[in-house]
Design a protein around this ligand. Sequence first.
Ligand code: ADP
Length: 327
Amino acid sequence: MPLRFLPKQKLALATILYWFLLLYIIAALLFWYIRLQEQSSQMANYRLMELVADDPQYLKKVEQINEESIRKTHQYRGEGATFLFIILVGAVFVFRAVRRQFKVAQQQQNFMMAITHELKTPIAVAKLNLETLQKHKLDEEKKDKLIRMTLQETNRLNTLTNNILISSQLEGGGYKLVKEDLDLSALISRLVMDFKQRFPDRTWILEIPDSIHLKADPLLIQILINNLLDNAVKYSPRSASVQVKLGRGTSNVEMSIADQGPGIPDEEKGKIFKRFYRIGNESVRTTQGTGLGLYLCKKITTDHRGSIRVSDNQPSGANFIVQLPNN
Ligand code: ADP
């Protein structure tokens, strides 16, 4: 069986190799410096031995030889130091690049695992629910429950495929942003209504004034809002409320979606918008996801010349604030 290394083992192996090579190069540099220094002083000694003591220029020649030897020492040190500096700068650069590369590879692997799971689960659940509906005569309440669960799974599938397709299209420049007049109040109300139906046990606190318009791409803004609502529901307990606010500034509109979950630690706040980034360790994580949602939210807001940030909600939870120019 071929020898296979896990990414962590590969990283450890690469790190050991890297340090070995770096130390070897530095040791070789030191070795050559010492050798050159020895050679230079040997040469100086030969030249001194060749001098004739009763030469009237004797003292001057000795001084010249010594000066030359000192100059050579300075030259070797200068050249050696420059060389060492270049090697160290290069080493830092390579070290960081390799680490980044491994991290991305690890995140992509996690993403592929997550996506396989995320695609298969809703399909399996929806199939099972539909088969149950087909085979058994169920009372209305059970039927409703199964239909609601199936709808939830297809919605999850819909969000996931939208995220994957749109993010790759936005990345590759295949999606052209089309700005048109958009009634944001109506869009948010409609999307929240969908969530209310999917999660009837939730409390929703809404502050959505009528007729807030902006110039934006409707599909992308819908994906943005859906991802934030999805996260608010996914990362907070069932009994906790979700707050959705919309407001108008002089030149922009502000939307915030806040939950009562565990919130986001300060050191993670800047990282969660990176592609494939998910907080915590893959082996201990309980929530499903791909790490694409917030990356897409950030991409969509910046493509609209807007911004997105996260702050702490009171008494607990995360509050995502989106600002978009209204034209
Ligand atoms: P996904 O939810 O698919 O993992 P996202 O890009 O939407 O990916 O989110 C990235 C990470 O940010 C999540 O894995 C989660 O750890 C964290 N996160 C996002 N939204 C919230 C929230 N409302 N509360 C707590 N953590 C959150």
